[in-house]
Design a protein around this ligand. Structure first.
Ligand SMILES: [Zn+2]
Length: 182
């Protein structure tokens, strides 16, 4: 039995294939690429199911929305990065602008100060140097960050005076026109 079927795979069978191919060639059907064929087939199938077409539109909208989210996410990240890098520039510029460059160089860094309940802190760090820490998460724009920095700069200008938010500090704030909106 097995031998019998194997015999069919000989030249006889190849001839049958050739004959079939010739038949198709003579039928003269317009040729379609498989891509176009698939597209037409999809259109035919969608004709009766408008909700599927709506589904495709929704897919497109979702893709566009995702694209916009990515673009705005990148822009937002870039803006935040710029704020992050601006701190030493703000300090240097405002030291010259408001304090004739008389404030000492200090360590400047961003941190999460939520647990301290503060937007900014001026302190001496473990090496004994003055350090200004601003809250990166609560200060969402340049103006807010700079207002808090000005507050901390008055702490530096009046460092050692008691109480810390006493008359010397208040005079510093007033004479430079520093306002606190937060
Ligand atoms: Zn303060």
């Amino acid at each position: 039995m097995a031998q019998h079927t194997r015999k069919q795979e000989g030249p006889e069978r190849r001839d049958r294939f050739r004959a079939r191919r010739r038949r198709f060639a003579h039928a003269g059907r317009p040729r379609q690429t498989s891509g176009a064929k698939a597209g037409h087939a999809l259109q035919r199938r969608l004709r009766g199911y408008p909700f599927l077409r709506v589904g495709l539109q929704v897919k497109t909208l979702v893709s566009l929305a995702a694209l916009f989210i990515i673009i705005f996410g990148c822009r937002y990240a870039a803006a935040r990065e710029r704020v992050r890098n601006s701190l030493p520039v703000w300090y240097a510029n405002d030291n010259v602008r408001y304090f004739d460059g008389q404030l000492p160089p200090v360590y400047l860094r961003w941190a999460n100060l939520e647990s301290e309940g503060a937007l900014g802190i001026t302190q001496t760090n473990e090496n004994g140097y003055l350090e200004v820490v601003l809250d990166f998460y609560q200060l969402r724009n340049d103006q807010d960050a700079r207002e808090v920095l000005h507050h901390e700069m008055c702490h530096i200008a009046t460092w050692g005076s008691e109480p810390v938010h006493g008359p010397a500090f208040q005079t510093c704030m007033a004479e430079h026109g520093f306002i606190e909106t937060r």
